[in-house]
Write a protein that binds this ligand. Structure first.
Ligand code: NAD
Ligand code: DAU
Length: 346
């Protein structure tokens, strides 16, 4: 079995690559990534020499190179995670999201279609986001039947790629499966996203930026639980189906940051309450979605998946990891990061 994992040098992708390389020694795992600012081979040091692992540096927006790779390696399955993933960047630079998330996905679908003469035993899995469903009010949950209503260039690009994956299933009988997941957190996440950004800023005594009133709500899931869900969906999900994945763990941003502040204070041996003093309310994200929350009943009932890590334990584990892995953090926050940071937060 030859499995192509795209975006494997990124945050979630690196957890999926690690899981598959270790759990399935009989599979050949190919990690395709063009190492953007978010991709880092330092995320995979522990598996880079495994006999069943190969790294392929390539850009999914390059259709010819996707065709060549499929012809040369004859992949049996694709787990597609490569994407531009940060909402704020999609607001300042929508085109790179259109190119990677939409055009890149179609290039992969076309390369698979051209090479999978016999679709038997093949599978194209698109890893997507709950943001395609738009925003919720105070109550309610996103189910697999919730109509799409994407509201940022990022979520519109992911919604578009979801539709294209389903269209290839319907039109060309491409065997596909999809999942739409809530906010992930854990090790190896690039510190542009809320949780690692806050930990890094506390460590450096920098202000902790909270957009708007801080009452925006997200449903947080530990990345290891997402990787386990992806394994199940890839192997056992029904053809053409979509599975929602969530942590059943809603938090308002300000509450989450308070917990994180106290956790990091404790880990650093400081007086609890110190970090909270550095919270700073900043200009809101344009078009900021108020609340996301997932109903993950389908994946629980059909595939037996449930989150295993509780939020307090998960946040502590995550904060410990960033504080311990100073070299990784310093490495990814050197160079272009400062420029991005200054532009975003002034
Ligand atoms: P990430 O930004 O950490 O990683 C993305 C990876 O894709 C990087 O390694 C990058 O180098 C690679 N990549 C980007 N453009 C590429 C291109 N043109 N060609 C080849 N590789 C390219 O992202 P993430 O947070 O790990 O998210 C992975 C996937 O999961 C994305 O599709 C995202 O939409 C989805 N998702 C993320 C979350 C979350 O909370 N982070 C939640 C639900 C779904
Ligand atoms: O819901 C799944 C999505 O979760 C994924 O599809 C995206 O790839 C991923 O980036 C994430 O999107 P969010 O926009 O929800 O994540 P982010 O960490 O950027 O922001 C989380 C919340 O915190 C959001 O309400 C915005 C807010 N925020 C974020 C940053 C970076 C702040 O208040 N201050 C900040 O500095």
């Amino acid at each position: 079995m030859k499995i192509l994992i795209t975006g494997g040098a990124g945050f979630i992708g690196s957890h999926v690559v690690r899981l598959f390389v270790n759990k399935y020694p009989d599979y050949q795992i190919f990690n395709l990534d063009n190492l953007t600012y978010a991709g880092n081979l330092g995320n995979l040091r522990d598996v880079e020499n495994a006999p069943n692992y190969t790294f392929l540096k390539a850009d999914i927006t390059d259709s010819a190179s996707m065709q060549d790779l499929f012809r040369d390696y004859q992949f049996d399955g694709v787990i597609h995670l490569a994407a531009e993933s940060h909402v704020d960047r999609s607001i300042s630079d929508p085109m790179s999201f259109i190119m990677t998330n939409i055009v890149g996905t179609v290039n992969l679908l076309n390369a698979a279609r051209a090479n999978w003469k016999d679709m038997e035993g093949k599978r194209f899995y698109h890893v997507s986001t709950d943001e395609v469903y738009g925003t919720l009010g105070e109550t309610g949950l996103f189910t697999e039947e919730t109509p799409y209503d994407p509201r940022s260039p990022y979520s519109a690009s992911k919604a578009s790629s979801d539709h294209l994956v389903r269209a290839y299933n319907h039109t060309y009988h491409m065997p596909v499966v999809l999942s739409n997941c809530s906010n992930n957190y854990g090790s190896y996440q690039f510190p542009e996203k809320l949780i690692p950004l806050v930990i890094n800023n506390i460590k450096h005594g920098k202000p902790l930026p909270i957009y708007g009133d801080g009452k925006y709500t997200r449903d947080w899931l530990w990345v290891g639980d997402h990787a386990a869900a992806i394994d199940l969906v890839y192997h056992k999900g029904r053809d053409g189906e979509t599975y929602n994945i969530g942590g059943n763990n809603e938090r308002k941003n300000l509450d989450l940051v308070h917990t994180l502040c106290d956790t990091v204070d404790e880990l650093l041996g400081r007086t609890v309450g110190e970090a909270r003093k550095t919270i700073t309310f900043v200009k809101d994200r344009p078009g900021h979605d108020r609340r996301y929350a997932i109903d993950a009943t389908k994946i629980k009932d059909e595939l037996g998946w449930e989150p295993t890590v509780n939020p307090e334990e998960g946040l502590k584990m995550t904060a410990e990891w960033y504080l311990k892995n100073e070299e990784w953090l310093d490495n990814v926050t050197s160079g272009a990061y400062q420029k991005f940071y200054d532009k975003q937060y002034g």
